[in-house]
Design a protein around this ligand. Sequence first.
Ligand code: PLP
Length: 380
Amino acid sequence: MSERAYLDWNATAPLRPEALVVMLAALEEGGNPSSVHAEGRAARRLVEQARGQIAAAVGADTEGVVFTAGGTEANALALTPGWELSGRRAERLIVSAIEHPSVLAGGRFSVDRIATAPVNAHGVIDLEALRTLLAADGPALVSLMLANNETGAIQPVPEAARIVHEAGGILHVDAVQALGRMPLDARKLGADLLTISAHKIGGPKGNGALIVTNPALRWPVPLIRGGGQERNRRAGTENVAGIVGFGAAAEAASYNLPIEMEHMGVLRAELEAALAAVDGTIIFSQPVPRLPNTTLFALKGVRAETAVIAFDLEGVAVSSGAACSSGKVQASHVLAAMGIQPEIAQGAIRISLGPTTKKAEIIRCIEAWKKLANVLRKAK
Ligand code: PLP
């Protein structure tokens, strides 16, 4: 059989060559970035260079970048009671209903201090409901993702930021899926805190950052305490090679963004035209702005877990529902929040492309689907 088609980039992206080269070199460096000797200073230079690359990629100041062991940890660090802005402390949390499980878990907020803002049928936050939730009580930390990992739907973050700030709140934005797939400027977004992750943009797994984009924010108690690394905001010796790979991937992703977005968008349009040609196919969130690489679709009567296995046997890697919970068969909370009936939601298949996805992979995926759709529908 010829090469496989990897179409699950929202789960993780292959390592970019730019990241691999610098990571291999960094693994040869012996020093601890906290040491004062020459070896330590060499490691520190690598970390600080990467911090600069990441800050530049998201339009933030370098001092705001706090390295973590991935997007999940960055979200957990952000979701801490006690962030303070202009003398107002956020002691409650509002999340949208379609957030990643690492946000829905609520970090260190107790369950009774968490409220959920609904989304519409296309998976876009209801801003009026957000306004009402903000007015209900004291200052809140609001966590709203920039783009959804399942549907790709882009959230109205600048509008949400205005509403949150008018109400004296603080806005955290999970931009894990957005980075490298749409323009991202933290200042224009109006986010106070931003989460990003390396492995979705061709960096290594297990590296991420929480970026404090509003310098006026006062820190609560960090999640991991110990040594004074990351200016006392995240203890633990830095994963130097991972951070260096993250920096290189962020630089490459932002430099190539226009061309990569265009490439993914053209292939996705071709894919969706072919999917829509099968009678009864539903493509979720299609009427609203989406990332150019993501398609979530369902065909009544087809179960997603069966389809994913069938695709795999045809040499095509796709996922069902949320990739982060692949392996566990559970209906998507995102589709449930959009009001999609469980029989349809159970069939949701996600295809996600990347900058190096080839037309041949899309053709292979389309051929596989044409072959599978009718068989799977009948086999129900
Ligand atoms: N946030 C979103 C929107 C995600 O899609 C993911 C992973 O899929 C995460 C956070 C978690 O990031 P990580 O895998 O780096 O822990």
